[in-house]
Design a binder for this molecule. Structure first.
Ligand code: NAP
Length: 414
C-alpha cells in the first residue's frame, strides 16, 4: 500500500556564503526569516516560496532548496546550529509513482516560479537601472577569498570628534577584482569567537569608482566607522571595524565578493541621481559621484542632487572634498543634527525645504534615487518623497510602484 506523504521544497540559507546583511529578513513579507548570533534561517512553516527575498540577496546564499518530506523539514533551531547546508537526501519512496512531487533542486530555486513577481511589501527596487553595467558577483568566496593589501588608511573625521571614520584603500595587485559603484565587499576578520568559530564576514559598501580609487589602479576604498559600543550603548569594540581602522599600510586583508546586483547606477549620460544618505552610508554616493565626475568630462549631462546627514560638520565623512565639487556638477545639501545653537536637521527636513527641485527630479523619467545609511532614516525619507510627490500633483502610490518596477528607487539601510 502506498502512503501519500507531503513533500515540500524547503527554502534554506547557506551559512557558508551568507554575509548576515539582514536584507532577506527585511524583505520577507511573511516574517519567515529570522536570525540568531550565528545564522540566518527560514521557517518552513511560514515560508510561502514567494521569492521576494531571492533577488535582493547580495550573495545568492538565499537561493538554496531541498526537497524533503514535510514532517522532516529542518527546524529553525536545527538551522541555527549549521556550519554548512545538509546535502539533498533521497526522499523515502513511499510517495506514489507519478505523483507530482517537486523536482530535486539544489540551486535553481527559481524553478517553476514566474519571473518578476510583484511584491508590494518590498520598499525599494530589486532590479538595477536598465542602463546599469552588468556586475560581477561572488568571484571570491569564504572558501577561496582574495588577499588585498592596504595602501592607505586615513581618518576622515576631525580628531576632536567622537566619531572615528576611516577611508581605507585596498589594492588587489595582479588579481582581478571588477566592481561597480553601489556594490559591496566583505572582509573576513582574523581570529575567532569566544566559542572558537571563525568570525563572520562583515560587509562594506565600496566608496570608489569602478576604475579604482586611484584611476587606473586595481584598488578600491571603503568608509569604515569604528564601533565602540553595542546597540544597547554598552562599551564593546566592533570586531571588524576596529581591525580595519587599525590597519597599517602594507598589511593584508582577506576579502570576499563583490556583492550586489541591483543598487547600481544608470549609465545613460542624461540620467539624474538623487542621493540621500547618513554617515558612512555616504560610501556608495561617493563612488557614484566620483564616477560621474570622471565621466562628466566625456559628456555625461545628468543632474546630481545629494542630501547628506551627520551629527556635525566635523563628523561628516568627505566634507572637504565634497565642498570642493563644482556647484554646477552637484547640488549638495547637508543636514546636521547636533550642531550647537542650531535646530536639529535630518535629511528628510532638507528634502522638504528643497521640495520644488526634488519634485522636478521625481517628474523626470531619467531620475534614479538612492538611499543609504541608518535604518531609521528609511521611513522619514520615503514619507518626505511621498509628501513632495503628492503635493506636486504626482500621486505617490503609482509613482512609487513605477520607481520600484523600473529599478529607479534603491534602499540600503542597516
Ligand atoms: P550616524 O553618525 O549615527 O548618523 C548620521 C546622521 O543620521 C546623524 O545626524 C543622525 O542624527 C541622523 N539620524 C538618526 N536617525 C535618523 C532618522 N530617523 N532619519 C534621518 N536621519 C537620522 O551614522 P553612522 O554611524 O555613520 O551610520 C550610518 C549607517 O550606514 C550605519 O547603520 C551603517 O551600517 C550604514 N551603512 C554603512 C555602510 C558602509 O559601507 N560603511 C554602507 C551602507 C550603510 P542623530 O543621531 O543626531 O539623531
Amino acid at each position: 500500500m502506498s502512503v501519500h506523504l507531503e513533500v515540500i521544497k524547503q527554502h534554506l540559507i547557506d551559512p557558508e556564503i551568507c554575509i548576515r546583511c539582514n536584507t532577506c529578513e527585511e524583505t520577507c513579507p511573511v516574517g519567515a526569516i529570522t536570525h540568531d548570533g550565528k545564522n540566518y534561517v527560514v521557517n518552513a512553516e511560514l515560508c510561502n516560496l514567494c521569492m521576494a527575498c531571492v533577488s535582493p540577496c547580495p550573495t545568492g546564499a538565499i537561493d538554496n532548496w531541498r526537497q524533503i518530506r514535510k514532517d522532516d523539514a529542518y527546524s529553525v533551531d536545527e538551522q541555527y546550529t549549521w556550519e554548512e547546508l545538509p546535502k539533498q537526501t533521497t526522499i523515502a519512496t513511499s510517495v506514489e509513482q507519478g505523483e507530482a512531487a517537486p523536482k530535486t533542486d539544489e540551486g535553481g530555486g527559481t524553478d517553476g516560479v514566474e519571473g518578476g513577481i510583484e511584491v508590494d511589501t518590498v520598499l525599494g527596487s530589486t532590479l538595477p537601472p536598465w542602463s546599469a553595467a552588468r556586475p560581477y558577483v561572488n568571484i571570491y568566496t569564504h572558501k577561496a577569498p582574495i588577499t588585498a593589501t592596504v595602501v592607505g588608511n586615513y581618518r576622515l573625521t576631525a580628531e576632536t570628534s567622537e566619531s572615528d571614520v576611516h577611508h581605507i584603500v585596498l589594492d588587489f595587485g595582479q588579481m582581478p577584482f571588477p566592481v561597480l559603484e553601489g556594490q559591496s565587499i566583505a572582509v573576513l576578520p582574523p581570529g575567532a569567537t569566544a566559542e572558537g568559530r571563525a568570525h563572520h564576514a562583515r560587509q562594506y559598501s565600496i566608496a570608489s569608482a569602478r576604475d579604482g580609487e586611484r584611476r587606473g589602479y586595481n584598488n578600491l576604498s571603503l568608509t569604515v566607522k569604528r564601533v565602540v559600543s553595542d546597540a544597547q550603548g554598552q562599551a564593546r569594540g566592533g570586531v571588524c571595524s576596529n581591525y580595519l581602522c587599525d590597519l597599517k599600510k602594507g598589511d593584508t586583508v582577506q576579502v570576499i565578493g563583490p556583492f550586489g546586483s541591483s543598487f547600481l547606477m544608470p549609465n545613460h549620460p542624461n540620467s539624474h541621481l538623487l542621493m540621500i544618505c547618513t554617515g558612512t552610508g555616504s560610501a556608495p554616493m561617493r563612488a557614484m559621484t566620483e564616477y560621474r565626475r570622471r565621466r562628466r568630462l566625456k559628456g555625461a549631462t545628468g543632474k546630481l542632487m545629494l542630501f547628506f546627514g551627520a551629527r556635525t560638520r566635523e563628523e561628516l565623512p568627505y566634507f572637504g572634498p565634497l565642498m570642493n565639487l563644482p556647484k554646477d556638477f552637484i547640488d549638495v545639501n547637508l543636514a546636521f543634527s547636533r550642531t550647537q545653537g542650531q535646530p536639529k536637521k535630518y535629511v528628510q527636513d532638507l528634502m522638504r525645504e528643497r521640495a520644488e527641485e526634488v519634485a522636478g527630479m521625481l517628474r523626470d523619467e531619467n531620475t534614479y534615487i538612492y538611499v543609504c545609511g541608518l535604518k531609521g532614516m528609511e521611513e522619514g525619507v520615503l514619507q518626505a518623497l511621498a509628501d513632495i510627490a503628492n503635493q506636486s500633483g504626482q500621486p505617490w502610490e503609482p509613482l512609487w510602484k513605477k520607481l520600484k518596477q523600473l529599478g529607479r528607487l534603491h534602499l540600503e539601510t542597516y
